[in-house]
Design a protein around this ligand. Structure first.
Ligand SMILES: Cc1cc2nc3c(=O)[nH]c(=O)nc-3n(C[C@H](O)[C@H](O)[C@H](O)COP(=O)(O)OP(=O)(O)OC[C@H]3O[C@@H](n4cnc5c(N)ncnc54)[C@H](O)[C@@H]3O)c2cc1C
Length: 493
């Protein structure tokens, strides 16, 4: 990998550092507004957290990082782009996620609220009360959730959401549901927050993910995560944008002169490349930015599908392995407190059941990660596989290839994954809303902006951080071009 040299990067009005979904989204927004744009990426492969490749055996396409995209398919920014024409196709399994239990039963996030409720027994009505209104008004909810901090646009749905979303997931699960299946199922969804479940606002994650399962499903990108990045880059090139790979930016001084620099970086890398140019107080705020718990990522090549005990698991793209509410809450608490959980909470995805381009005929890929402390060096492979085996006896016999990436390996493949934190900063309150500082996208340096998932609305492959950062830069630096921004595709599917 080369270090960036100004002479090797084409001149442009706008330089974007980093080609993750937010970097590409920012680049596209600037290009659509009429700016010349170049994206500079450290790795040889574009895409940041949306990349795929043969991690185990030839012919097995694994998603290196992200894999499941309820926010991607819903993103008002992605939906405003002709990504299908540039090769992106979503594959949506019949059931979004299944939560298996030790007795062979499972709770299932089905297409409808009613079908999901039927599997939750006595808690069907409580589930409908909690999630039904959000699923029905999904796009309105997104309008307020996938946005920078501002007054809600849809007061009614925002109030309905906020009154429950504020609660710790553990409290809400115990108060709203009487049975273990519903409680554990809700905890599994809330645990995507990567926060201990007694923290305020963790219920919001569970509610949003459940509602998304009914409104849009939890799709994969056909052919793998790379297709998302390739489609974004292909569209960017069609607008005249350029992408330079294998070139790490170690200092802002290495960049050619540009009116705007958009950094698809987290605070730690911004500190590195901008260093002493930043005023002391801003530097101090960036240093105080909190990174979250980490992922321990595993991928498997299998000589058959996972032998789940619960039949429903075969209909779902995603499986939560973690057992009861108590077990999940304990695993998340341990990871938060710096202890590698004995029984980790794991999120698995089985794309090859729904997309035959992922593995040779009859074979399968399995993607997964467990939550561990930031920077954890414990090899969790055995514990993760034990959790899977618990709900799928015979799983280990199906393994023909395995890739393991602990926090350090994740960070070595993408510098934004600081200590293995997959969300570019913990979503703990108030950093959930105001990130990385009160300045949000702007920095004290003229023309230099942050556009990564360290800015609102935060983690996930949706490109909204990149869009809003570019909009902020256009308003300030090229106000005459703001009118050229194509409108976001809010509204129904
Ligand atoms: C294991 C894992 C699982 C995940 N699962 C999901 C999921 O299923 N669904 C979902 O929606 N999200 C998921 N995510 C989160 C998602 O991938 C991120 O939120 C998203 O990619 C953030 O996009 P970004 O553009 O802000 O940053 P990134 O995608 O991280 O991109 C940053 C880019 O900047 C580049 N870069 C960094 N430093 C420099 C430098 N100095 N010079 C040049 N380039 C540089 C990096 O190489 C990288 O390409 C997951 C993430 C991980 C790690």
């Amino acid at each position: 990998m080369k270090i960036a040299k100004a002479a090797e990067i084409p001149d442009a009005e706008v330089v974007v550092v980093g080609s993750g979904p937010n970097g590409l989204a920012a680049a596209i927004t600037m290009a659509r507004a009429g700016c010349s744009v170049v994206v500079v990426e450290a790795e040889e492969q574009i895409g940041g957290g949306a990349r795929s490749g043969e991690l185990t055996l030839p012919g097995f396409q694994h998603d290196l990082f992200s894999a499941v995209y309820p926010l991607g398919i819903s993103s008002p920014f992605f939906r405003s782009l002709p990504l299908r024409e540039h090769g992106l196709e979503w594959v949506t399994p019949a059931a979004a996620v299944v939560h298996p239990f030790d007795d062979g039963t499972a709770a299932v996030l089905e297409g409808t609220v009613e079908d999901t409720g039927r599997g939750l027994g006595d808690d069907a009505r409580a589930y409908k009360r909690l999630v039904g209104p959000l699923a029905a008004e999904w796009q309105e909810l997104l309008d307020d959730v996938l946005a920078p901090p501002r007054l809600p646009r849809h007061w009614l749905s925002a109030m309905q959401f906020g009154s429950s979303a504020f609660w710790p997931a553990e409290t809400l699960a115990r108060a709203d549901f009487s049975g273990e299946p519903a409680r554990a199922f809700f905890a599994g969804n809330a645990a995507h927050s990567m926060l201990p479940l007694h923290k305020t606002f963790t219920a919001a994650f569970g509610m949003v993910l459940c509602a998304s399962g009914h409104a849009v499903g939890w799709p994969f990108a056909k052919g793998g995560a790379q297709k998302i990045s390739d489609a974004l880059a292909s569209y960017l090139r069609s607008l005249g944008g350029k992408v330079v790979t294998g070139t790490r930016v170690d200092s802002l001084g290495e960049l050619p002169p540009a009116k705007v620099v958009l950094c698809d970086l987290t605070p730690r890398q911004l500190l590195k490349i901008a260093g002493e140019r930043l005023p002391y107080l801003y530097r101090r705020m960036l240093k105080r930015y909190r990174y979250g718990i980490a992922a321990f990522k595993m991928d498997w090549a299998l000589d058959g599908p996972v032998p789940w005990r619960a039949e429903a698991c075969r209909r779902a793209g995603t499986i939560h392995v973690g057992g009861t509410l108590k077990e999940i809450a304990q695993a998340e608490w341990q990871a938060w407190r710096g202890r590698a959980p004995e029984k980790p909470f794991g999120i698995l995805a089985q794309p090859s059941l729904f997309d035959d381009t992922r593995a040779p005929s009859g074979k399968h890929v399995l993607w997964g990660y467990a939550h561990v402390p930031n920077g954890c060096t414990v090899d969790m492979s055995e514990r993760v596989e034990t959790q899977i085996e618990r709900f799928a006896p015979g799983f280990r016999q199906r393994i023909i290839g395995r890739s393991v990436m602990g926090p350090a390996q994740l960070e070595s493949r993408n510098a934004n994954l600081v200590g293995g934190d997959i969300n570019a900063g913990s979503p703990v309150f108030p950093q959930l809303f105001v990130r990385p500082t009160h300045k949000l996208y702007a920095t004290p340096l003229e023309g230099v902006y942050m556009c990564s998932a360290s800015t609102p609305p935060g983690g996930g492959v949706h490109g909204m951080c990149g869009f809003f950062a570019a909009e902020a830069a256009l308003k300030k630096v090229f106000p005459e071009r703001v009118a050229n921004i194509a409108p976001l595709a809010w509204g129904s599917r």
